[in-house]
Design a protein around this ligand. Structure first.
Ligand SMILES: NC(=O)c1ccc[n+]([C@@H]2O[C@H](COP(=O)([O-])OP(=O)(O)OC[C@H]3O[C@@H](n4cnc5c(N)ncnc54)[C@H](OP(=O)(O)O)[C@@H]3O)[C@@H](O)[C@H]2O)c1
Length: 354
């Protein structure tokens, strides 16, 4: 199962909105005869990749897989039929698939066809790999990662509206790799006005377009914003409310620049996230700035926090992360700490995995 989990991790960021799954086939004499991970959406599932490699050597063997094999015909055929056909005697799976189209039916099909089924080995690691998938399927919204660079004294910027570079090269590279994995990233209009970021994944391999989201209730995004000059990187969605949408001339100029204006009447992030869920966005990296982060925290929509803590001290004029709200990185669940050059990455779940 360790090997299957290793293969599942290879697919991270490439299979959305499908889960990333790993599979290993072990023949009756104990040899590994096949392995694989899910290919991009619409292509072969991990179980089929591993069984194709194993061929006849799968007969009588064990299939280890990190998720319940599918039992429905989606973009590809059902894996369970293929498993039965291959002569596999036993399936060991980490977790059940919460997708209502599968949800136990994969295991039931296998059992009904005489295949032994065991569930639970490596469950925590398998769930951790697929948080976006589990959140999207069970809550119809993306898994939200709040990301911020903060100084040693907990500030995101030197002063309100001041462009402040905090992180080192090593931390920037890490942040770009994370951008390359998620389905979408989001910023508030304040960050667009101050930093004018490109919001692209640079120096990291990404094979899918990256959806860039700007939260802007009054349509203050300038039509000349740099993010609108990079359509090849992915669509730009501006989330506004009725008041913003009513500014017809500004809206038209932004649409002429390729922006997709999404009207969320109640202006809440929760409703905006449902809209992203409708678009099959499973992972959403909220990059700030501080006002947007505070809004997300107050609405209780943050699932995971990723902080790059730098050695700077910004002092009393600095803009504080979450501005005095009760938050301690020490309270993050399954907290991990990694040094990144002079900076330190602290990350963990707000409540725990889904
Ligand atoms: N250290 C870091 O990691 C980092 C990251 C990004 C930015 N920054 C810094 O942060 C500063 C900009 O911060 P900021 O706080 O002014 O900008 P921001 O958080 O990027 O944007 C704030 C604006 O977003 C809009 N918004 C839309 N929906 C919202 C919601 N549900 N909740 C809250 N806001 C919502 C609001 O404008 P409307 O009411 O008009 O919609 C609000 O004024 C700059 O100095 C930038 O360099 C630091």
């Amino acid at each position: 199962m360790n090997s299957a989990l290793f293969h599942a991790a290879r697919g991270r960021g490439r299979t959305s909105p499908n889960p990333t799954v790993g599979a290993v086939v072990v023949s009756p004499d104990g040899s590994v005869v096949g392995y694989g991970c899910t290919e991009k959406a619409g292509s072969r599932h991990a179980e089929v990749v591993a069984l194709d490699m194993a061929g006849d050597r799968a007969r009588g063997g064990t299939l280890y897989c990190t998720l319940e094999p599918c039992s429905h015909v989606g973009r590809t055929g059902p894996c369970v039929a293929r498993i039965v056909e291959s002569g596999i005697a036993r399936v060991v799976a980490s977790v059940g698939d919460p997708n209502p189209l599968v949800h136990g039916q994969g295991f039931a099909f296998l059992t009904a066809h005489g295949v032994g089924v065991e569930v639970g080995l490596g469950a925590a690691r398998a769930r951790a790999l697929n948080q976006p998938f589990f959140t999207l399927v069970t809550e119809h919204r993306p898994f939200v990662i709040l990301k911020a660079a903060i100084s040693q004294d907990g500030c995101m910027a030197e002063a309100p509206g001041a462009r402040t570079q905090l992180t080192s090269e090593a931390a920037n590279r890490h942040a770009q790799r994370i951008r390359a994995e998620v389905d979408a990233i989001g910023v508030g209009v304040g960050t667009i006005l101050v930093d004018d970021p490109l919001l692209t994944a640079r120096g990291a391999y990404r094979e899918r377009p990256l959806v860039r989201v700007i939260f802007d209730r009054t349509l203050r995004t300038p039509p000349g914003a740099r993010v609108l000059s990079t359509p090849e990187a992915g669509p730009v969605m501006i989330v506004t409310n009725g008041a913003g949408a009513a500014r017809a001339e500004v809206r038209r100029r932004l649409e002429d620049r390729g922006a997709d204006i999404e009207v969320v009447e109640d202006g809440t992030l929760r409703s905006a996230l449902r809209t992203l869920g409708d678009r099959q966005i499973g992972s959403f990296l909220l990059e700030g700035g501080p006002t947007l982060h505070q809004g997300a925290w107050d609405e209780g929509v943050v699932d995971f926090v990723r902080l790059y803590v730098t050695p700077h001290v910004l002092g009393s004029s600095g803009v504080r992360l979450l501005n005095g709200r009760p938050f301690s990185s020490a309270a993050l669940v399954e907290r991990r700490v990694h040094p990144l050059g002079p900076d330190v990455l602290i990350e963990g779940y707000v409540h725990g995995p889904h």
